[in-house]
Design a binder for this molecule. Structure first.
Ligand code: F6P
Length: 495
């Protein structure tokens, strides 16, 4: 394991291009309208072969089959991970159950569109983490020109967030969609209560009747007062950060239309098949994971950055933060043994070109090397000026070229060291199918990283301690934890 960045020891990317004439064709792939290019990373055939051997040692084929056949791939919680079944690629029993639940979701969407809830012009989607990030990404990415209903997302337990979310919604014509896998999450339950109060204040006749719950624990939803006819269930095996394929996305289906939701699933299913059946050296999620491991373990990179050069994908970095950091931000293997390698890097990012004017200085000339991922879309949004779109693409490609080439100068301030890695993902167009494939690519890449490290990516015990302490503080059991610093903070805040 490397202690810090060791870019001085890296081969020069330009030399790799000269010495490997087939480099671009070996390190670029086309999967269902998504073009991936890792040729500007330091991956070479030797590194790929090493990683393939490591996959064998980790029994990757078996693990991948467990994922697709409903095996207990999440041993700490004694569960399968069934998100692939939501798109038709899991064990037959899981696929049947997911299909039946999707039909129920569709029936509810049809009923809403058919007027069962009278006039519906808006949806307030309440949820946090995996219960909001996916649907919010879908609606933001695909619903810019037009949505069938206005969807607003509310996650934070903060009155300001609530006020903003409802500011342009009419209580009389808004449905509340409360999404929580557990239906026990404090923020979501508090926001649901605030939303009901908002409906009451708006003199809505039957506030409770305007609430739809989406959960893996229907009893918990019914206990909070939601009638079971308005509860959509999804599987225990569908982790929050892997749940946008399920009824968790009902708000997105209402905003974008059912066909778009089905296309999203089809795009993901195509990536599933690619990941499951393609040999290692041409397998997009695997190649990406090999590069991830190389930069973290051998170069000492502690972060990786994602820059969509398309405003429609501005929520992707935060979506991926949860996916990657909650899945693989761990220090022990699935069997509890410590891991003697660095695990998940910090995922961060922003949109191009905004980010160029804020953080790219460090990427080009800082001492910390960050592997960068550019995501661009060949075809622009209909509403966008075509010259603006052209500028986005030119800038995305130019940044990758500049990071790699660098520029020498007699003036050290103006010298660019170059040899800085980047990968590019170029989508032909941004539609539901392509977005489904893109998100599934990141899921499988996360899974591949986990297998290479021996991690269980499907649990998240690290999020619990802080919640417990907040709860006990709220209940007045201050003695439970109080170090002098925290006590002083409580006192200072008047608590
Ligand atoms: O606290 C983390 C977490 O459990 C995430 O894993 C999850 O996506 C989020 O909270 C929301 O949980 P729930 O869907 O149960 O409300």
């Amino acid at each position: 394991m490397a202690g810090g960045n060791q870019t001085g020891k890296l081969k020069r990317l330009d030399e790799l291009f000269s010495s490997e004439p087939d480099r671009l064709s070996r390190l670029s792939l086309d999967v269902g309208g998504l073009y991936f290019d890792w040729s500007k990373t330091h991956l070479d055939s030797g590194l790929i072969q090493q990683c393939v051997k490591r996959l064998e040692a980790r029994k990757f084929d078996e693990k991948r089959e467990e994922l697709f056949s409903g095996g207990i791939i999440n041993p700490s919680e004694g569960r399968a991970a069934t998100h692939v079944a939501e798109r038709g690629n899991g064990a037959p029993a899981d696929v049947d159950l997911a299909t039946a639940r999707r039909q129920r979701m569709r029936a509810l969407v049809d009923a809403i569109e058919g007027g069962a809830f009278k006039d519906v012009t808006g949806v307030l989607h309440i949820g946090i983490g995996g219960s909001v990030l996916g649907p919010a990404l879908l609606v933001d990415a695909l619903g810019r020109s037009q949505t069938r209903v206005q969807v607003r997302f509310l996650s934070n337990i903060d009155g300001a967030a609530f006020d903003e979310a409802v500011s342009d919604l009419d209580p009389a014509t808004t449905l509340i969609v409360a999404v929580s896998k557990t239906f026990r999450t404090a923020e979501t339950l508090a926001n649901l209560e605030a939303a009901l109060q908002w409906l009451r204040e708006g003199e809505v006749a039957d506030p409770d009747g305007r609430v739809i719950a989406v959960t893996a624990d229907p009893e918990a939803a019914v206990e909070t007062g939601v009638d079971e006819t308005r509860v959509l269930q999804f599987g225990e095996g569908v982790g929050g950060r892997y749940s946008l394929w399920s009824s968790v996305s009902i708000s997105a289906a209402l905003a974008l239309g059912w066909d778009a939701f089905e296309e999203l699933l089809e795009g993901a299913a195509e990536m599933d098949r690619h990941f499951r059946f393609t040999e290692e050296s041409a397998n997009a999620p695997l190649i990406a994971a090999f590069a991830d491991r190389f930069y973290v373990e051998q170069v000492g990179c502690q972060t990786r950055a994602i820059f969509p050069y398309d405003e429609r994908l501005r929520l992707l970095p935060s979506y991926l933060q949860q996916l990657e950091m909650e899945s693989n931000g761990k220090s022990v293997q699935a069997d509890g043994e410590p891991i003697d390698l660095p695990t998940a890097p910090v995922t961060w990012g922003g949109t191009g070109t905004d980010a160029q004017h804020a953080v790219f200085q460090l990427l080009h000339q800082g001492t910390i090397v960050t592997p960068v991922e550019f995501i661009a879309v060949s075809e622009g949004d209909d509403r966008q000026d075509s010259d603006h779109h052209l500028q986005l693409l030119l800038n995305a490609f130019a940044q990758g070229a500049a990071l790699m080439a660098g520029r020498d100068s007699d003036d050290p301030q103006r010298r660019y060291p170059g040899n800085r890695p980047s990968a590019t993902i170029l989508l032909d167009r941004l539609d539901a199918r392509a977005l489904g494939a893109l998100i599934a690519f990141y899921e499988h890449r996360t899974f591949a990283n986990a297998v290479l490290l021996g991690i269980n990516p499907f649990d998240q015990f690290g999020v619990e301690l802080g919640k417990e302490i907040a709860r006990s503080l709220g209940e007045g059991s201050v003695e439970a934890i109080l170090d002098p610093s925290t006590r002083a903070l409580l006192e200072r805040a008047g608590l």
